[in-house]
Design a protein around this ligand. Structure first.
Ligand code: FMN
Length: 276
């Protein structure tokens, strides 16, 4: 039997108590509320529920407040699918104390705990990655050296933070080896890649690249006082570690600018998951 057929049987008084579950009650109420003006829908619901109680030989179990409170919630919902809580029989305890509900069997009593409004639908999980793919960014290689260890990683999170003093920030994953090395060396270099250096962006963002100095094999670069710098980059910035804070699954790393140089080479831009 479809929900519509059930609603027709309910109106016709041929539905019995056995098997008239809460789920059916919700759907029938919703259909009545959509088919008829409010007062008529409520009157039909009350008549139907009283009929079920009467046919079960227990007319006294009809409860005015429970019937009407459910009607208000179900009829007021914008979309049943967005409100799974309507299918929870215990929902009225959000609105009524046990005593208040017990007192409302014969006459309608409004709620004593909370107005009869459904909570807003749960927000769907935000696709933060998808949203930020639409935001164009520069692409840089952050490189650091500590003792014999050297490491570079692609980053798209660089931002100018302050002019006086000159500070830049970059966000590094908590698991990133680059973060360990920056912590140790307290210096790092950022090479802002040029439009024709997308292969380097891919290389230093590849988790399978060789470790240590081997990751620079064949990559033209030179060593600055703050760390390795990629040749022919659009700009590069040498930093001393100013501060770092763990923020969620990344560390916000703030560098104090010690060295910086820019060229007029067109920068590489990351947008919509592609390089431009
Ligand atoms: C275009 C691009 C931008 C990236 N930006 C960042 C970033 O801002 N922060 C970060 O932690 N990882 C970023 N990554 C990922 C790292 O480059 C990659 O996971 C790398 O392997 C980091 O791990 P590692 O420091 O242990 O080498 C980016 C990767 C690409 C391809």
């Amino acid at each position: 039997m479809s929900w519509d057929e059930l609603a027709e049987a309910f109106e016709a008084g041929t539905v019995d108590n056995a098997g008239f579950t809460h789920e059916k009650h919700v759907h029938v109420t919703r259909i009545l509320a959509e088919r008829y003006p409010r007062d008529e829908a409520l009157a039909k619901l009350i008549a139907g529920i009283q009929g079920i109680a009467g046919r079960a030989g227990r007319p006294g179990v009809y409860h005015e407040t429970i019937t009407r409170a459910w009607f208000e919630l179900i009829a007021g919902a914008d979309d049943l699918e967005k409100h799974p809580e309507l299918f929870d029989k215990g929902l009225l305890s959000r609105y009524y104390s046990t005593e208040r509900l017990a007192a409302g069997r014969r006459e309608w009593l409004g709620p004593d705990l909370h107005p009869l409004q459904l909570p807003p639908p749960a927000a769907s999980k935000i696709d933060i990655r998808g949203v930020f793919q639409r935001v164009p960014t520069a692409v840089a290689v952050l490189a650091a050296r500590s003792g014999h260890d050297v490491h570079a990683t692609t980053v798209s999170s660089i931002t100018s933070v302050s002019r006086e003093p000159a500070l830049v920030s970059v966000c590094l994953s908590n698991e990133s080896h680059a973060l360990d090395l920056v912590r140790e060396s307290k210096t790092f270099a950022l090479s802002v890649l040029a439009f024709d250096q997308d292969a380097l962006a891919a290389r230093f963002g590849d988790g399978d690249r060789p470790a240590g100095a081997a990751q620079f094999d064949g990559v033209p670069h030179h060593l600055s006082a703050c760390g390795p710098v990629i040749d022919m980059a659009t700009a590069w910035i040498g930093c001393g570690l100013h501060d770092m804070h763990q923020v969620g699954d990344h560390h916000l790393v703030i560098g104090e600018v010690r060295l910086a140089e820019a060229t007029d080479r067109r920068p590489l831009v990351r947008h919509d998951g592609a390089y431009h």
